[in-house]
Ligand binder design. Structure first.
Ligand code: NAD
Length: 333
């Protein structure tokens, strides 16, 4: 029976990337029954909320979704559709694997790290106001409940996936109360996993160590804002935003999406790299228990890259659709 999956085609380059995933899934004979749901700029332009209630209800009902990137107006206008989805679906664990890909050159040989980013709290609470005419406040929220479930998710993942160590990342030297709370919870959870090595790092030091001692790191867990920034840094180490996948997990609900945004300047140019969304879709296949399909799609993707078929960001001249067609041919043998 086909798996039901909600699909958000997204803004900017989103629809082109979704078309690439559809091409590859068709060639891999993956049985997915896509249920299209609306969110993003198109909704705002049609006078609807940026994430309509029906979209939230449908994803909750189906339990799984694939989401192309969506545009958030900067510095004004409506709230982020991405943050809204994560909060309304309580997708508290953002998981971003960062791994060297065959055929994608990187100076970070052997890179293989999984980042756990808390996805619902921190400065993404979207509580901001002008305290006076000249001073803005943005509220940072860190709870013991939110910190505990993301730390536990990271340690459970490490245990299930044979990972050796989990490092907690924070700025508790400056934000002694908020990040101090996260750090205390991290240490408390770590004590329950004596089989997993653990320590903590201050986020700035963590960034430096990532690019100097990347082989030391295995699983990293951190609050929302640091996770957002560190995972883009790590995406760059892997080969760029075009290749970095992601997944958001909650209770009974999971939404898969690339790390990158809607890259508006490339809209309609059939140019950007579909690898990040495709690898996010393979994380979804694993979640659905389609392990053979995941292996096949990743294998075909890697073969295509090894043959030197690449989009512009990796130094090649393949188009988005051309790259997807090459993977599809690989799958069809
Ligand atoms: P972006 O990630 O969209 O793009 C930054 C740059 O990265 C692009 O100009 C391009 O050079 C490169 N890039 C991104 N994706 C690529 C791909 N698939 N292949 C090749 N190169 C790629 O970031 P931005 O320009 O800061 O943000 C644009 C919009 O996306 C904003 O509205 C932002 O809020 C939104 N955004 C959405 C998400 C999401 O949907 N999860 C994430 C980040 C940003």
């Amino acid at each position: 029976m086909a798996h039901q999956v909600c699909l958000i085609r997204g803004d900017g380059v989103g629809p082109e990337l979704v078309a690439a995933v559809e091409t590859v899934f068709e060639a891999a004979k993956v049985s997915v029954d896509w249920i299209e749901v609306e969110a993003g700029l198109k909704c705002v332009e049609a006078g609807k909320p940026i994430v309509p209630d029906e979209t939230i209800a449908k994803i909750k009902e189906v339990g799984v979704g694939l989401k192309a990137p969506m545009t958030t107006p900067i510095g004004k206008g409506s709230v982020s559709p991405n943050v809204t989805l994560r909060k309304k679906l309580d997708l508290y664990a953002c998981v971003r694997p960062v791994k060297q890909l065959p055929g994608v050159p990187t100076p970070f040989d052997g890179l293989d790290i999984v980042i756990f980013r808390e996805n619902t709290e921190d400065l993404y609470a979207q509580i901001e106001y002008m305290a006076t005419e000249h001073v803005a406040h943005s509220v940072k929220i860190i709870s013991d409940f939110g910190s505990e479930r993301i730390c536990r998710a990271a340690f459970e993942y490490a245990r299930k996936n044979g990972r050796k160590r989990v490092v907690g990342v924070h700025k508790a030297n400056i934000m002694k109360i908020a990040d101090g709370l996260f750090l205390n919870v991290f240490k408390k959870v770590a004590a329950e996993y004596p089989d997993i090595e653990s320590w903590d790092n201050i986020v700035d030091n963590q960034c430096m160590q990532l690019v100097t001692k990347w082989k030391l790191y295995d699983v990293l867990v951190m609050p929302n804002l640091y996770g957002d920034i560190v995972s883009d840094l790590a995406a760059g180490m892997m080969g760029g935003l075009g290749v970095a996948p992601g997944a958001n997990y909650g209770v009974g609900c999971a939404l898969f999406e690339a790390v990158h945004g809607s890259a508006p300047k490339y809209t309609g140019m059939n140019k950007v790299n579909p690898t990040a969304l495709l690898l996010s879709a393979t994380l979804m296949l694993e979640h659905l228990g389609e392990l053979d399909a995941r292996r096949d799609v990743e294998g075909a993707l890697e073969e295509t890259l090894k043959k030197g078929i690449k989009t512009y960001d990796l130094g090649g001249d393949a188009t988005t659709s051309g790259f997807a067609d090459a993977i599809a041919s690989e799958l069809r043998g």
